[in-house]
Write a protein that binds this ligand. Sequence first.
Ligand code: PEP
Length: 242
Amino acid sequence: MNLLIGANFKMNKTGAELREYFGTFLSEYSCPSSVDLVIAPTIIGLVLASELAKDSCVHIGAQNMSSEISGAFTGETSPLSLREISCEYVILGHSERRTIFGETDELVNKKVKTALVHSIRPILCIGENLNEKEAGLTKDILRVQLEKWLSEIDNTTGIDIAYEPVWAIGTGKSATPEYVEEVHIFIREILGQRESRIIYGGSVTEVTAHELISKREVNGFLIGSAVLDPRRLIKIVEEATR
Ligand code: PEP
């Protein structure tokens, strides 16, 4: 199973900045064969990123996608459009989509199903918030999220799960390697026979990547802040594969 390393640019980088990023990244990245590297720019940056990544080992991912194919859905992006530009992955269930944009359990589940139908690989983000963690509810929350968001989906072979504790996202406070290991083992137990990579997201850096990846059931990372610098992304991959 290849490691999955996803770079979530969120609402960052103009076209000019994307060109500069890919210029540096592609000239210095060594493309380890054990890694599937995904870059997820803004929706408007996807077309350019897809062109820049053409003929390279970099995969392109979207940060969001409609659960519908076409029609009166102002501001949404169809999976058909994503397929057209060779976008292979989509981040779904991200806590920012759920808390800021009000995405519901039903919508996340519907989007996962739509992505699978159109052969776009979901990176499905699950994770507890700080109150839930402090109340000792982490495992209950994750179980319910997986139940609801994977409802009516038996085979998760085409889905990657990102464990992203909400309190660790963009805060500089990563979960400890021991905590991540315990939670990932729990997620693996819930998934049972269903095959999925389980990756960790939450303030991963080039300093923390090596120790985190050495833990059981940690199959890669989803990273925001640290990967806005292409050389830091390269370093994180180096640390994850050494
Ligand atoms: C994310 O947004 O998915 C994320 C993990 O961000 P950061 O690395 O900045 O915590």
